[in-house]
Design a protein around this ligand. Structure first.
Ligand code: COA
Length: 191
């Protein structure tokens, strides 16, 4: 049945673009490489990353598999994932998932390794990735969900310009049960 909606982003556009490397002050936000596996494995030893991303990794093979999933999203046009590095060392991850090209929407997620926290890395790279997705790809809305218990992530959302839109009760299943989730979002025209 023909749709009356013209897709916000034409199918195939993302695949045709080379995934960019973005420089955000001292940070280099680049596509993932297999060689990142040891650093990704180390990052998932952090209790906060495990808790809020509800996953663990037991060895480098699993880390490579996870990196493969992140890398596969760009050619499949389902999302995008970048390694955040400083002085060529991995300090974080920024990802865009649940990409819907027809609606022009996606969901952002991130972590920063404990040693690199305190410098607003997540807010700065979220802003840069969103800006690129709005201007180069034509996305319209990027959403950010976090548990109401994750106060640091709430601050990241606010600092990166994701407006608070409400609380979704019992929306996400974590290791310790269902969590209420804050919904934040940023529209292309917000900034
Ligand atoms: C959330 C996270 C990415 C933020 O790291 P970061 O970019 O280095 O951010 P910062 O440490 O600079 O903190 C950002 C803000 O949160 C605040 N904050 C940090 N930890 C906090 C805590 N435990 N409770 C309340 N506020 C906190 C900081 O004071 C800062 O606020 P300010 O700008 O008003 O000063 C990092 O803590 C992390 O990786 N956590 C585990 C994984 C995670 O939660 N991912 C997000 C899932 S939704």
């Amino acid at each position: 049945m023909p749709s009356l909606v013209r897709p916000a982003v034409p199918a195939g556009l993302l695949r045709q673009l080379v995934q960019p490397t973005l420089v955000v002050e001292e940070l280099v936000v680049r596509p993932w490489q297999d060689e990142d596996a040891p650093a990704v494995l180390a990052a998932y030893q952090d209790p906060d990353i495990r808790r809020w991303h509800a996953r663990t990794l037991t060895d480098e093979a699993e880390a490579r598999e996870l990196i493969g999933t992140w890398r596969g999203r760009w050619p499949a046009e389902t999302g995008a994932g970048w390694a955040v590095t400083r002085d060529q060392k991995l300090v974080g991850r920024i990802g865009l998932g649940n990409l819907n090209l027809v609606e022009g929407t996606g969901e952002i997620s991130y972590w920063v390794v404990p040693a690199a926290r305190g410098g607003a890395v997540a807010a700065r790279v979220s802003d840069a990735v969103c800006t690129w997705m709005f201007t180069a790809v034509g996305l319209h809305r990027v959403q950010l969900d976090h548990s109401t218990g994750n106060l640091a992530s709430c601050r990241v959302a606010e600092k990166a310009g994701f407006r608070f839109e409400g609380t979704r009760r019992g929306q996400a299943l974590h290791e310790d049960g269902w969590h209420d989730m804050h919904l934040h979002a940023r529209l292309a025209e917000d900034r």
